[in-house]
Design a protein around this ligand. Structure first.
Ligand code: BGC
Length: 758
């Protein structure tokens, strides 16, 4: 379509849309000036009420159908939680034909790790250390969602989390700002495509700005108290990366940050986000967050809440109606200026225009059906899951299992549970589409005698919120001690009579995610007892962990021969895990977080500062080691790798140049495998103590048996810059640095270099 056509009047545009409702989304990319001119022209025609209406988002499941129709006609900006393509078209038609200015609706949804086809949870995706794979997974999620009429995903969650008690750790990329930056950018690119409005892509929303991951005590929604140093050097970095990647929207967080609620925090939303980073999209509050400014003991009234939220820069308010109810009067009284309103409404209109909604508001329902859960979607989901599992232990190469194994016991409450295989935030998934691990193994090993049994049950709490899979609480199957004993014994018998046992243990899907913090990290219920009893039989045992956080598996780590952590692998989880367990796929995931031994060590993260006595004795606690069970970056493979010959192009690096490091990697095994080679640095002295190690680069590569490759890292010296708490600005300080390369954060291969002024 020519630029001329896109500049036609609204009336003409709607004629096109209505005559050709299912036209392709493909269009030329409009220039910024054109988008701005379009939005300004529209703004000029809008009444105060119409502008405020654009700033409202209503929740589909909380309004009656009649009210939803009414809101569409009134010109509400956005709906969340509509997923039926037919209904989406219906509402869109009301908006574009019956509202005064014919402004299309924006449909948002929590497309967190897939829409109907579920991919592994985000923490798993980060474990792939493969930004390309993550971008692909999110673009497949975008394709499926956009086909159904969703144009906006509340993803990616980029909150750094150092406390696995916090249930939402599962939604992010773990503890490290550098890995977090890569995953944030990859997800934005995957969801949005090359530009906002790319065909078959959707708007991304980076959340929850900012500091939500530092909730005190790991308790969801609790306040965050984060030093300036940590904010700049850790927590804000993935957000900045998402903004640099062109993210369209930002979600402001629930909690208060250092005493000021994030959703009315002008420093965060104006100074950092818009002035320093140049963000041009729009901010949506989290669910009723503007309203809860009063609950925080911050706003004196709901009116005050609306005013402070809007004046801090929240463009769109999620579900509390506060803007609709209080902004008209506030604007008339001058507490909110019309210039402020225009500035907040403009980017909402601009995004709708960029998405092509003014010309192509509808979706093709038949196409949506073809794309939903298609072979390509399933295939992409399986491949992603294969890249995300982390092999934590493999004594005597017990894995992979031989395909001619005669008998196999598959035991555990999660082994054949479809809903749990999906993980949390799979709200649009249908349980019955899911391949469980038991099913995957049955298909993979058709000639093996397979016994599947639970052994123990985990009581399923009632869904904590609408975001949980709506699975009724369970307690039911084994109600008496006798029944429980019979089932436990049955599982032991199955293990005793089988050649090997796969134990699938972990957490139910709603034990992590929102409102799902835990005060312990133990395997829930009697799973540990089952694990120990099965292992005591002395036969080959593989523990497959399904979890959204690191669990206390300290006993297993020295007793169970093999441990494969698959997180929540999604719709195709069973096929992926069966491939991994039998060697048709080779594990290549590495941990995106430090795996503690027990809950008392939390917070435990690798990029801590050195203090009085370096902790190489591991003796800071009286009653346990102060070292983790598995370090950040750790992960095994069925292949073996040797990393050697670390060399720098120069031991002196100018502050405006690039650190060039090379290293050799050899596959010392007889199978092809992928390794993640990681590079860490440490600044020895400066205006602040710097972390003992910081990830500055990584590469994931596949090597054939016996193959050796030399790989190059080119790290811009700028990467060594940090926000200095004494100087209160970002600086790159000349001086001595250490550098390590290896396959986890305890890498031994070391060299050093000096940064010199240019
Ligand atoms: C969550 C957000 C989510 C929103 C909409 C909130 O409770 O914190 O992450 O996007 O609900 O579902």
């Amino acid at each position: 379509m020519s630029h001329f056509l896109r500049r036609t009047t609204l009336t003409m545009a709607f004629t096109i849309a209505i005559c050709s409702p299912f036209a392709s989304y493909a269009q030329n990319r409009p220039s910024d000036a054109e988008v701005r001119a379009f939005a300004d022209k529209l703004l000029n025609r809008m009444t105060l009420e119409e502008k405020i209406e654009q700033m409202e988002q209503a929740a589909g499941q909380y309004v009656t159908p009649e009210r939803a129709n009414e809101l569409a006609k009134k010109g509400v900006g956005s709906f969340l939680f509509f997923t039926d393509p037919v209904r989406i078209n219906e509402l869109q038609k009301i908006a574009v034909t019956q509202s005064r200015l014919h402004i299309p609706l924006l449909f948002g949804y929590d497309v967190i790790h897939g829409f109907r086809t579920i991919f592994p949870v985000p923490l798993a995706m980060a474990s792939s250390w493969d930004p390309g794979a993550v971008a692909k997974a999110q673009s497949m999620a975008a394709l499926e969602a956009r086909a159904a009429g969703i144009q906006w995903a509340f993803t990616p969650m980029v909150d750094i989390a150092r406390d696995p008690r916090w249930g939402r750790i599962m939604e992010g990329a773990g503890e490290d700002p550098y890995l977090g930056e890569q995953m944030a950018a990859a997800q934005v690119h995957g969801l949005q495509g090359d530009y906002i409005g790319s065909p078959d892509h959707i708007l991304a929303c980076v959340k929850h700005f900012a500091g939500y991951g530092a909730a005190i005590g790991g308790r969801d929604y609790d306040s965050s108290d984060i030093s300036d140093e940590l904010l700049h050097n850790v927590y804000l970095r993935p957000y900045h990366s998402a903004v640099k990647a062109g993210v369209a929207t930002v979600m402001s967080a629930y909690m208060d940050l250092n005493g000021v609620p994030a959703s009315a925090n002008p420093w965060l939303l104006q100074d950092v986000l818009r002035k320093d980073w140049g963000f041009k999209g729009f901010v949506v509050s989290d669910w009723e967050t503007s309203k809860s400014l009063q609950t925080h003991g911050f706003a004196a009234s709901l009116q005050d809440a609306a005013i402070r939220s809007v004046n801090a820069g929240v463009n769109m308010e999620m579900t509390s109606n506060l803007y609709r109810d209080y902004l008209p009067a506030a604007t008339q009284a001058g507490t909110v200026t019309s210039a402020t309103l225009d500035d907040l409404v403009r980017p909402i209109l601009e995004m709708k225009y960029r998405l092509g909604l003014f010309t192509n508001p509808y979706i093709d329902v038949a196409r949506a059906q073809q794309i939903t859960l298609s072979t390509q979607e399933r295939e992409a989901s399986r491949q992603t899951a294969e890249k995300t599992a982390v092999l934590l232990r493999n004594q005597a190469n017990i894995l992979p299992l031989r395909k001619d194994i005669r008998s196999l016991a598959i035991i555990g409450p999660l082994a054949d549970s479809q809903v749990d295989t999906l993980g949390s935030w799979s709200i649009h998934a249908e349980r019955q589409d899911t391949i469980t691990i038991a099913q995957g193994l049955r298909e993979k090993l058709p000639n093996t005698k397979i016994t599947v049994t639970k052994g123990v049950e985990i009581e399923r709490p009632a869904p904590a919120s609408i975001f949980d899979a709506q699975v009724p609480p369970t307690k039911a199957v084994m109600t008496t001690d006798e029944e429980r004993k019979t089932e436990f014994d049955h599982a032991l018998e199955a293990a005793r009579t089988a050649e090997a046992t796969v134990l699938v243990l972990g957490e139910l899907q709603n034990m992590s995610g929102e409102r799902a913090s835990r005060a312990t990290l133990t395997l829930p219920g009697r799973q540990e007892e089952l694990l120990e009893a099965v292992t005591a039989l002395g036969k080959p045992v593989v523990l497959v962990l399904m979890t959204g956080r690191p669990l206390d598996i300290t006993w297993a780590a020295s007793h169970v021969p093999a441990i494969l952590n698959v997180w929540y692998p999604g719709t195709e989880g069973g096929h992926a895990v069966a491939n991994l367990l039998t060697g048709d796929a080779n594990p290549s995931g590495h941990l995106p977080l430090t795996w503690p031994r027990e809950v008392g060590q939390i917070p435990l993260f690798y990029n801590t500062n050195l203090t009085q006595i370096p902790d190489d004795t591991a003796h800071r606690y009286w009653d346990t080691s102060s070292l983790p069970l598995y370090p950040f970056g750790f992960g095994l493979s069925y292949a073996g790798f040797e990393i050697s010959d670390l060399a720098l192009a120069s031991a002196k690096v100018k502050s405006n140049s690039v650190i060039q490091a090379s290293v050799k990697i050899k596959n010392t095994s007889a199978v092809t495998g992928e390794e993640v080679v990681q590079l860490y640095t440490h600044q020895r002295a400066g205006s602040a103590s710097r972390p003992v190690r910081e990830l500055k680069g990584f590469q994931k590569l596949a090597l054939a048996p016996g193959e050796t490759r030399t790989i190059q890292f080119s790290i811009p010296a700028d990467e060594l810059a940090f926000w200095s708490p004494l100087l209160r600005k970002t600086v790159l300080e000349p001086g001595a640095f250490d550098l390590w390369v290896g396959n986890d954060s305890s890498a031994k291969l070391h060299t050093s270099f000096e940064v010199i002024s240019h």
